[in-house]
Design a protein around this ligand. Structure first.
Ligand code: BES
Ligand code: MN
Ligand code: ZN
Length: 498
């Protein structure tokens, strides 16, 4: 999809479909008024007929509107001024793209009078338009023998005033990078476990290394992990034929000595639960258990594309969690890279086992911050549903920065407490720490486990179990969250540098 910013006269825009905004009570927005005048009142005449009231996300497609170069006009409702929020704006974008897809137009010009309160908002509204349009046009057909019909839409022009053209261009570039990153994350998430193995993820990281001068990838294999003492990470892949991989992607956009921001992704390419086997129903969805890793890939790509002036390291702890004669058993005790011993009481609490060693490894970069991203606990879905990423941190400022980034990117997170009271649930009679803390506060005790390995730096944990994919039905599939939040967080770090 090609996006462009245009500021020329809307009546002469050569497009297959000009999209104009109608506000509540059938009021035309400024751009729509100009089109209406050019059409000698044709549009307002239709509005009088009552076909569209301007309710949010309502649409009406018009053909042969006189006085315009555009072949069609799509009127889209924006509702009352009070209705202008991201949730409704997203519905508008979805409605527009729905019409674009079903009519099969090859070009769209959006002259919808983005109406924010300040420049920062305008930037974000244009960016969201790009991100969300791109998201609506996403297709997964990698593993279908019959490829989906290609979407006919090739060009989306976004009309803004000349004054706003510069900030809109920046928004377009950032938005494109974010939607590309999100699509990469969605592709990886949707790919099943027999394609997307730890080795496959490692190959993807090597391809990124080829693609971007600024990025270099190192793959740490099982032998090297053994030497590094990452026995906890390795214990998760014991039952699998697929070798585990620690993938390290270093992006150097900042100065030589700038401390990097590190992202660590849980990359369980399939989670059967291991010997603590999961029930069969819906188990296929555990192919998404590498969505934390996918978010790291997506955000890394976006960061490279935007050429942010900071240093970033993306680490992926990739393994497959399978039962077998070699698999780790409940009660087994392993030694982590940090030297702490862990009693693995439940082999299905494997995410924390791969992450703890990756987090210890992250320490060697003397990071400015470390954020891990993981589909870590079903309990997070119970706590926060499918709307908010769970955020837990040893540094309230960092948590606040991530919450803020989530709001800016419309990829929201909510903080849960990481109080010491919860730590005791991880006491073990036989090792330094147990890998489960019982049902109460399951998301928090999982984070407590990780916190034992992150004492040396500013760290936050993002539990994306609820937000990373949609279950069942037509919408089933990976969402690409939380690429927008992570990318926004890095954009904010870059802005601080300047
Ligand atoms: N990958 C799962 C978490 C998960 C479950 C994500 C459902 C999305 C949907 C994780 O490895 C897991 O199995 N966690 C256990 C932890 C428990 C054994 C302490 C869980 O949440 O049940
Ligand atoms: Mn599990
Ligand atoms: Zn898991």
């Amino acid at each position: 999809m090609d996006f462009e910013i245009v500021s020329s006269d809307i009546t002469s825009l050569e497009t297959e479909c000009l999209v104009l905004a109608v506000e509540a009570d059938s009021t035309l927005s400024p751009a729509a008024k100009i089109a209406d005048e050019a059409s000698a009142g044709h549009i307002s005449e239709i509005l009088k007929g009552g076909d569209i009231s301007g309710k949010n996300a309502q649409t009406l497609l018009l053909h042969k509107v006189p006085g315009l170069a555009a072949k069609r006009v799509l009127l889209v409702g924006f509702g009352k001024d009070d209705d202008r929020n991201n949730r409704n704006y997203r519905k508008v974008v979805k409605a527009i793209m729905g019409v674009a897809k079903s009519t099969g137009v090859s070009s769209l010009a959006l002259a919808i009078d983005i109406q924010p309160t300040d420049d920062e908002d305008k930037y974000r509204q244009v960016r969201h338009l790009v991100e969300w349009s791109g998201n609506e046009l996403y297709i997964y057909d990698e593993t279908k023998s019959k490829k989906a019909d290609p979407i006919k839409l090739e060009q989306i022009s976004i009309h803004v005033s000349e004054d706003d053209a510069d900030l809109a261009e920046t928004a377009l570039m950032d938005g494109t990078a974010i939607v590309n990153g999100t699509s990469i994350a969605r592709d990886l998430g949707n790919l099943p476990g027999n394609f997307c193995t730890p080795t496959y993820l490692a190959e993807q990281a090597l391809e990124l290394d080829d693609e971007f001068e600024s990025l270099s990838t190192t793959i740490v294999d099982e032998d090297e992990m053994n030497q590094l003492g990452m026995h906890c990470l390795l214990s998760v892949g014991n039952g699998s034929e697929e070798p585990s991989k620690l993938i390290v992607m270093e992006y150097k956009g900042g100065e030589e000595g700038d401390k990097p921001h590190v992202m660590v992704g849980k990359g369980i390419t399939f989670d059967t639960g291991g010997i603590s086997l999961k029930p069969g129903g819906g188990m296929d969805e555990m192919k998404y258990d590498m969505c934390g890793a996918a978010s790291v890939f997506g955000a890394m790509t976006a960061i490279c594309e935007m050429a942010l002036p900071i240093n970033v390291v993306g680490i992926v702890a990739a393994a497959e969690n399978m039962p077998s004669g070699h698999a780790t058993k409940p009660g087994d005790i392993v030694t982590t890279m940090s030297g702490q011993t862990v009693e693995i009481l439940n082999t299905d609490a494997e995410g924390r086992l791969v992450l703890c060693d990756a987090l210890t490894y992250a320490g060697k970069f003397e990071p400015a911050s470390v954020v891990d991203i993981a589909t870590l606990t079903g309990a997070c879905i119970i706590a926060l549903g499918h709307h908010a990423t769970g955020i837990l941190s040893n540094n309230d400022e960092l948590a606040a920065e991530l919450i803020e980034a989530g709001e800016q990117a419309d990829d929201k997170g909510w903080q849960l407490p990481l109080w010491d009271e919860f730590q005791e649930q991880l006491d073990s009679n036989f090792a330094d720490i147990a890998n489960i803390g019982g049902r109460p506060g399951g998301t928090i005790t999982a984070a407590c486990f990780l916190s034992r390995f992150t004492k040396e730096y500013r760290w936050a944990h993002l539990d994306i179990a609820g937000v990373a994919w949609n279950s069942g039905g037509k919408e089933k599939g990976s969402t690409g969250r939380c690429v927008p939040m992570l990318t926004q967080y890095m954009l904010n770090q870059a802005a601080e540098e300047e």
